[in-house]
Write a protein that binds this ligand. Sequence first.
Ligand SMILES: Nc1ncnc2c1ncn2[C@@H]1O[C@H](COP(=O)(O)OP(=O)(O)OP(=O)(O)O)[C@@H](O)[C@H]1O
Ligand SMILES: [Mg+2]
Length: 261
Amino acid sequence: MDGKTALLDIDHMTIAFGGLKAVNDVSIQINKSEFVGLIGPNGAGKTTFFNSITGNVSPTGGGIVFDGHSLTKKRPDQISRLGISRTFQNIRIFPKMSVLDNVTIPMHSAPSYSMWAAMLGLSKVTRQQKETEKRALEFLSDLGLEAYKDREAGTLAYGLQRRLEIARALAASPKLLLLDEPAAGMNNDECNELAELLRRIYKNYDLTVILIEHHIEFVLKLCDRIYVLNLGQLLAEGTPEEIQSNPEVVRAYLGSRRTKQ
Ligand SMILES: Nc1ncnc2c1ncn2[C@@H]1O[C@H](COP(=O)(O)OP(=O)(O)OP(=O)(O)O)[C@@H](O)[C@H]1O
Ligand SMILES: [Mg+2]
């Protein structure tokens, strides 16, 4: 890293569950506009690492600073408002609601009208609702989901539900987007399509991204830098080229992945 201030600065973080250190003394710095990969074997601590950034688990040691704010004592909703959004390893959407409503909910711009105004159907309310819907449709269109806007979200095909989750994450206007295995269960063609889509939204929305993924080619193609976690500890950090040729990474992780794929 060069000397400039990182957008996300994780300093000697440890997360223990009883006797198990799921994340063990890990330091990571991410600059604005980087697309960074986080890889490693099952149980390495990757999702736990995300959970600590979003306030879903509390670190037992170390610090997390995002955009000048310490996150260690903040709630998930406060962290979301500071500009961090995520998707989950197991898809989380509202399956019984429409695709469009799934996206308008996270658009947490508080309405600037009163409940009375809403009940009386005043024009400002209608205007604001129309504006929100227009913006939500733009998110759906960017994710190729506009045609499904009125569908019950839970009836969408798996790959489309994954995209809806990304649309929901974008709707909260993040600076930093955390993606936890967005390509899980996808074949090569679907992976390629998703990679193109992620590249596009990364550019168009001026994002910084951290990507957890077991599809290695997908990570190598998208990321500027990659961190490797193993048994809760940082095993390596480097460019895709450096990571691929790092013997320790090949031994602990890449060797077995490459033979499986
Ligand atoms: N809430 C929890 N309570 C206790 N142990 C937990 C908890 N969450 C995670 N762990 C444990 O922490 C370790 C790291 O889990 P984590 O889910 O972060 O791994 P991962 O790298 O995301 O793995 P995968 O690639 O399989 O998703 C595992 O041993 C897991 O069982
Ligand atoms: Mg995980």
